[in-house]
Ligand binder design. Sequence first.
Ligand code: PMP
Length: 458
Amino acid sequence: MTKPTLLDLDRQHLIHPVTNFRAHEKRGATILESGSGAFLRDASGRELLDAFSGLWCVNTGYGQESIVQAATEQMRRLPYATGYFSYGSEPAIRLAARLVELAPPSLSHVYFTQGGSDAVDAAIRYIAYYYNAIGQPGRTQFISLQRGYHGSSSVGAGLTALPLFQRHFNLPLPSQHYISSPYPYRNPLGADPQALIAASVAELRAKVAQLGADTVAAFFCEPIQGSGGVIVPPKGWLKAMADACRELGILFVLDEVITGFGRTGPMFACEAEGVAPDMMTLAKGLTAGYAPMGALMMSDAIYQAIAEGAGPELAVGHGQTYSAHPVSAAIGLEVLRLYQEGGLLANGVARAPQFERGLRDLLAHPLVGDARSRGLLGALELVADKEDKRQFDPALRLHERIAQAAYENNVVFRAFGDNILGFAPALCYTEDEFSLLFTRLKATLDQVLAQPEVARAL
Ligand code: PMP
């Protein structure tokens, strides 16, 4: 018997997240071997320009030696410390304090997780505890946005209003409800920002009224919807939603898992809107993907209520073995240093106009109906008809054609099923790397357009 190859072993044993199992068995894995700055190298030696920072997480770029050093030193000194029963480690404490310094002043306590899904899950659990503690156990309903993504935990995926994450998973739960996505390009009311903001606020109010004002626990949203297709709401939308939650007496939970850590310009997207969330979830750019870590930040009012609810003796029964992992925390501290003292945040802000211009220029391309971005988070939406914004027939599998052509042009980004192309280049991108991105992207779109089935669909 011949020895199985890596591709054989992968097909036989490794379950890939958010992947079609049958298509994967045919296609096989794309094995990535190394990375440096904005570039990845696959197992065949092909060098790819990564325009998606892995999965919107490697905001620093690959191969940052100082991060490797911080991790190595911490691993050598102490690879693990539990956070249970009041134990802790220096990097975790320092990272919590640093996040509180950087986050909106409304947030003063941090619970560390392994990633974004369990940060959302922790939020849901602490919210339940909070309402029981303050004597409002009837507040059990949750509202989020259509097209929102809040991870794929067994409860959190019910706030993720994307059919892929719910169908066959017995979701949403009866306690999970949605309002429309603030989607300027496809807003039935037209493109007027004020009308869209007013409609979102009105819909939230109506939903709370319908459910019963004293039954609603919280509203969850992303400042810019990421996995839902990089939906960029108008400026002022986030503040209006936060204010509405305050007036309605429900918690406002902001999911900055993608938008945090310079992705949209400032350290957190909510800074630009002066919003004070009750809770905020973080992950991805926190450790720039160099090790798993997420965080849930909460207000002092929630923290104090939970503490009072537990009383002087009872432990608050939420925890994971790897909460506040010291190696991840040491990485997080170094990553934050690179964003600030290392100049990455400033570079991201300086390069954002070139990124925005590059996307806008592609509006002239026959396939592109919309271009949108904030900071270094952006998207192109491909349509079969620019006038009526008609989508391509799903049978054309346009997104797969795009992803394939992009790979052949040595560039990777995210091609969503509804033909939205998502971009999240690392904050270390140079001017030349952005030029290269747009050269390769234009070549990709041209090649796909030249395919007879695609040209006929226009
Ligand atoms: N929230 C948002 C906004 C996300 O984009 C993601 C991941 N894409 C998550 C939560 C879940 O994070 P993770 O994949 O680290 O569990």
